[in-house]
Ligand binder design. Structure first.
Ligand code: ZN
Length: 380
């Protein structure tokens, strides 16, 4: 089997996050915890260092810096660069055309600005709006449900005009992907609870299902009208997510509604471990797209090859989009770029060897998934 060489294809990273201004983790635990979704102290301090992902990261970063493949040597090597030159070094080596950045996390005050990322990486930045944060602000600012709904419609009236290329929802983290219409009494009751939280604490974390579902349906109507993509967190994430309700099959009620068909839906993180279910949805619903994320989830190569094989074997290639889901440190954007190109090249080489694709088709598929499909979808 000859792999397809995708090493020089510039990337459209269709889902990632910003980079911390300060690239100086205080100690080994602070560094290690960048590479786990767990909040358990022992996971962060100890066990994460034995994951295949982490071992590969240390080996690859050590090769990049030409230092010993140990954590101590890697940390010492990265500390020899100032924050901006470290970011520049990794992002330029990743050869990125566009970063599609979810603006909802981490908080902007911790991050390098989009303009600076663009400058350091020599790439474009396309921001995406996290809808739950917008909703939380509007609930805090408005005393009635109807005022919140009206303010949400107004805020989403022209999303591209505000500079965003897509919306992003973390409903899978909050109340699950089984979004549905509710009786108005249930919604009003949930709104009253949310407002009480605002009155007590000054803000609300929106986890009131009838209210969040209702505001999402308002959002989907706006997205459909503007043919604006909506990214959904699906599958793997931190312990906030009930993984059972993060299965993308729960989106059926939304996907079945004709009035939302003009809204492209992007299932993030290969819906891991529900990869086959997510890829299936991309085969039956014209508006469903499937994200292949190589930075996070933090996986070993076998699993990345497996989800890539599954996605290519099930979904149309025109629906598949590369991403890193990288957050915080540029090593993540970079290692995902390296792994993504290499693993896509391997799996596409297998597709040629087994007769699914010609070599030319496999090369075109690599460019489509790494770059062109995202550019078409987000009209960037
Ligand atoms: Zn993300």
């Amino acid at each position: 089997m000859t792999p397809i060489d995708l090493s020089s294809i510039p990337l459209a990273d269709n889902h990632c996050h910003g980079i911390y201004q300060t690239q100086r983790p205080g100690d080994l635990t602070a560094w290690r915890q960048l590479f786990t979704e767990s909040t358990d102290p022992g996971m962060r301090s100890t066990h994460v260092a034995t994951t295949l992902f982490y071992r590969r990261l240390i080996h690859e970063v050590a090769a990049f810096f030409e230092c010993e493949p140990t954590e101590e040597a890697v940390l010492a090597a990265r500390q020899q660069h100032d924050d901006h030159s470290l970011i520049r070094k990794f992002l330029r080596a990743a050869n990125i055309d566009v970063l599609f950045i979810d603006k909802g996390y981490p908080p902007p005050e911790l991050l390098v600005s989009d303009a600076m990322v663009s400058n350091l990486a020599n790439c474009r930045v396309a921001p995406m709006l996290r809808v739950e944060l917008l909703m939380q602000r509007l609930i805090a600012e408005n005393g009635t449900l109807s005022a919140v709904v009206e303010a949400l419609r107004a805020a989403l009236n022209d999303v591209r005009g505000q500079g965003y290329v897509a919306l992003k929802s973390i409903v899978a983290y909050r109340t699950g992907l089984n979004i549905r219409a509710w009786d108005i009494d249930d919604v009003e009751e949930a709104f009253a609870v949310a407002r009480r939280e605002v009155e007590i604490g000054g803000s609300v974390q929106l986890s009131h299902k009838p209210l969040l579902d209702t505001l999402l349906l308002v959002t989907f109507a706006e997205a459909a009208r503007q043919e604006l993509p909506v990214q959904f967190h699906t599958g793997y994430g931190d312990t906030d997510a009930d993984m059972l309700l993060a299965n993308p099959l729960h989106l059926r009620a939304v996907l079945e509604r004709r009035e939302y068909r003009a809204m492209p839906v992007v299932l993030l993180h290969e819906s891991y471990p529900y990869t086959r279910q997510g890829a299936y949805l991309a085969t039956v619903y014209e508006n469903v797209y499937f994200d292949l994320s190589y930075g996070i989830p933090y996986l070993g190569c076998h699993e990345m090859v497996d989800f890539t094989r599954a996605a290519f074997s099930v979904a149309p290639i025109s629906k598949l989009l590369y991403s890193s889901d990288a957050v915080g440190v540029p090593e993540l954007h970079w290692i995902s770029a390296m792994d993504g190109r290499r693993i896509l090249g391997q799996v596409l080489g297998e597709c040629v060897a087994n007769g699914d694709l010609s070599t030319t088709e496999a090369e075109q598929a690599g460019v489509a998934v790494l770059h062109d499909n995202a550019m078409r979808l987000y009209k960037s």
